[in-house]
Design a protein around this ligand. Structure first.
Ligand SMILES: [Ca+2]
Length: 396
């Protein structure tokens, strides 16, 4: 089985990031992530469409009333019948086959670090994603799907390396998409959400509804689709709500299939970013020289506290003693992004900083963690560099 921290790490990786926060709050985030959602280890690229259900490894049926007989589930079915036009008998049969998953509940239950402190270490986090195996898988993915990536870059204005960075951080290009049966995951989290921490069951009922809807419109077998223990699906790990709202059919076969179709995953990631405000041609971030924390701690804290949404002007930065080291377009608003390198043993590297633009902020709509966004950017850059180590010089 997989290491619980690794699973926790992956757990936060949902396109709708609320979830991520949740786990973040009390996770062993030391190393990590904040993120997550896949259960790693499955090395498959099977189509979600009409696939028969397989052995339910993570499912444990307890002596609890079957879901289709529970009052809350019956109310949910009533609502889906009246509001969404589903057949009652169809949904009753579906929930008769949905199982409580103890594995999901365990993995979704926030873990508290022994000391009660959360240690955030960018260098450790980064090293998990910017590494040779993921980079070479990214080079392969880029080669295999160069045409689609170029098409998406032109059409949506999202550079290839950002799309490649996201799919790489999420699932290593479809290698780790999660092996939890989605109907079990979503039903469990919608009706048996772990009692510790904030109750997110309402969110998961919405996700369950979205799952029913996009499965219907994409001809997906509701009992077959698998995803992370948090309910994230496919190469880009979209939650059902994102799948339904931002997933697109980008290979033209009439279905949006984020598990089996890399083209659909590429188009959907680009579409997600554009729908969240991605701006064509805008850099994601700029380097900055920071003033000494000995003399400017308050200034730095104030700028960081302004958040990831870009609101700071060139004067704000200058007045606080920050010096951008590359030319920044006039009037461009920025955010000060902090990447702490905390550790428990006292050997503390200084916090790193970059200036984030609107496009950096948009990546955090995919996952709220700054570490996540920076890893996407750096992985994409590393892959681009590895793609073309010896570029043909432009004619002078
Ligand atoms: Ca398709």
């Amino acid at each position: 089985m997989h290491h619980p921290i690794a699973q926790l790490m992956r757990a936060l990786r949902s396109p709708t990031l609320h979830l991520a926060r949740l786990i973040l709050v009390a996770s062993l985030a030391s190393f990590i992530p904040v993120h997550a959602a896949t259960h790693s280890g499955s090395n498959k690229k099977t189509s979600a469409v009409k696939k028969k259900s397989r052995k339910a490894v993570h499912v444990k049926t307890e002596t609890r009333p079957p879901y289709q007989t529970q009052a809350e589930v019956i109310r949910f079915i009533d609502e889906m019948v009246s509001k969404r036009g589903f057949e009652r008998s169809e949904l009753e049969q579906l929930f008769a086959q949905a199982h409580y998953s103890e594995g999901v509940v365990k993995l979704m239950t926030p873990a508290i670090a022994p000391t009660g402190t959360v240690v955030k270490n960018w260098r450790v986090y980064r090293s998990r994603f910017i590494e040779p195996r993921r980079i070479s898988a990214g080079v392969q993915f880029w080669h295999d799907h160069a045409e689609t990536l170029t098409r998406a870059a032109n059409e949506f204005g999202v550079p290839e390396e950002i799309i490649v960075g996201i799919i790489g951080v999420e699932t290593i290009y479809g290698r780790n998409t999660g092996d939890f049966r989605l109907i079990d995951t979503l039903t469990t989290l919608a009706f048996d959400y772990p009692k510790t921490g904030r109750d997110r069951s309402a969110f998961f009922r919405e996700q369950l509804e979205d799952y029913l809807l996009f499965a219907r419109s994409n001809d997906i077998d509701l009992l077959a689709l698998r995803g992370s223990f948090a309910g994230a699906i496919g190469m880009p790990q979209f939650m059902p709500g994102s799948y339904r709202r931002y997933g697109i059919d980008y290979d033209g076969d009439g279905h949006t299939d984020l598990l089996a179709s890399a083209d659909d995953a590429i188009g959907s990631v680009a579409n997600f970013l554009v729908q969240h405000g991605w701006q064509r041609g805008l850099a994601t971030n700029y380097p900055v020289i920071m003033p000494s924390p000995d003399t400017h701690a308050d200034d730095i804290a104030r700028l960081v506290d302004a958040g990831g949404e870009p609101t700071l002007t060139a004067d704000d930065l200058k007045n606080a003693g920050l010096i951008p080291t590359s030319p920044i377009p006039p009037d461009l608003k920025l955010a000060l992004i902090d990447l702490p390198n905390q550790s428990r043993d006292g050997s503390i590297y200084p916090t790193e900083y970059v200036l984030g633009t609107q496009n950096f902020y948009v990546i955090t709509r995919y996952n709220r963690s700054y570490f996540y966004a920076m890893s996407v950017i750096e992985l994409g850059t590393a892959i681009r560099n590895a793609m073309d180590p010896d570029p043909v010089p432009q004619s002078q």
